[in-house]
Design a protein around this ligand. Structure first.
Ligand code: SAM
Length: 287
């Protein structure tokens, strides 16, 4: 079967159904001026499935109702942009804050939650930083839980295998040599680094947070495409996961201001937020 090199545009009805599927499953919205992303992101899946257009894809989604194809569509549409040591100064501050919290509570493990961790570069960067600050192993090593809604991103994170391009984006050579082995054309994170992170699937718009309270919760570059209402619910979930005295860290363009009264800017660690009460999370938020 021959496929055209450019994907025939889907009808606007198909585009609407596909964006509605994404929003329903993950809360992520695709703005009308970014609708081109649907075609671009789904092109490889159409090719793999032998489908000639988005209309055919939607027809198959409706016909099969198995959920598997829906999962693949959602996975392909998620923005999983990330890199090692993204906003490096912020990661340094997280390591400083973690060390300070750990020094105050030397008898318990400091806990970190990297939510929306994508393919793992964020938690792996933290694990490298902690090691460099004497918090790599043993009692001093923070527990790192990393979650994402995307099974495909998590599979890649668990495998710890990265292309040369991904490695070159943000990973200094010294750290690459310390923590990665060459694996054919790729690079593989050393098992002793990977095993410092527990990867789990978690949907911020449908699931409870991972059990227990966390000292540092990262939710960087995840909220950007949520509606204001979804952001409010997600802040409730994040607030319920932060230990008193702990902090929330958002991405560079993200803020809690005007969206929630569950977090306030943190005086102690500038740029971070602290949770201000322990009101139970709205049950409806867990779906
Ligand atoms: C742009 S990446 C950010 C990755 C990393 N935090 C960073 O800043 O480099 C956003 C990640 O959020 C995940 N995501 C989107 N919606 C989500 C949801 N409802 N629950 C959990 N993760 C979600 C995506 O799958 C993607 O991996």
């Amino acid at each position: 079967m021959h496929f055209p090199t450019s994907t025939p545009p889907g009808s606007s009805e198909s585009m609407n159904l596909i964006s509605a599927l994404l929003e329903q499953r993950t809360g992520q919205q695709i703005a009308a001026n970014r609708a081109w992303r649907i075609e671009t992101a789904l092109k490889p899946l159409l090719r793999e499935k032998g489908l000639a257009s988005l209309d055919q894809l939607v027809a198959q989604l409706v016909a099969t109702r198995t959920g598997d194809l829906g999962d693949q569509v959602v996975d392909a549409l998620l923005n999983q942009e990330t890199s090692f040591f993204r906003d490096a100064a912020v990661l340094d501050m997280i390591a400083d804050a973690t060390k300070a919290i750990q020094d105050e509570a030397p008898d318990r493990k400091v806990r970190i939650w990297s939510s929306g961790c994508s393919t793992g570069q964020e938690p792996l960067s933290l694990a490298m930083l902690f090691d460099e600050r004497g918090m790599g192993e043993g009692k001093a090593a923070p527990e790192i839980v990393a979650t994402d809604v995307s099974p495909a991103a998590l599979a890649r994170a668990r495998a710890g295998r990265y292309s040369q391009f991904e490695i070159q984006r943000g990973l200094p050579v010294r750290r690459m040599m310390t923590w990665f082995d060459s694996a054919g054309v790729d690079w593989a994170a050393k098992p002793e680094l990977l095993r410092r992170i527990q990867f789990r699937q978690q949907n911020l718009t449908a699931d409870a947070p991972p059990p227990g309270k966390f000292d540092v919760v990262l939710c960087r570059n995840v909220l950007l495409y949520f509606s204001q209402e979804v952001r409010r619910d997600v802040f409730g979930i994040l607030a319920s996961a932060v230990r008193p005295g702990g902090v929330l860290v958002l991405g560079a363009g993200e803020t809690v201001i005007g969206l929630t009264d569950r977090f306030r800017p943190c005086e102690r660690f500038r740029g971070f937020y602290r949770a201000i009460d322990a009101t139970p999370v709205k049950q409806a938020a867990f779906g």
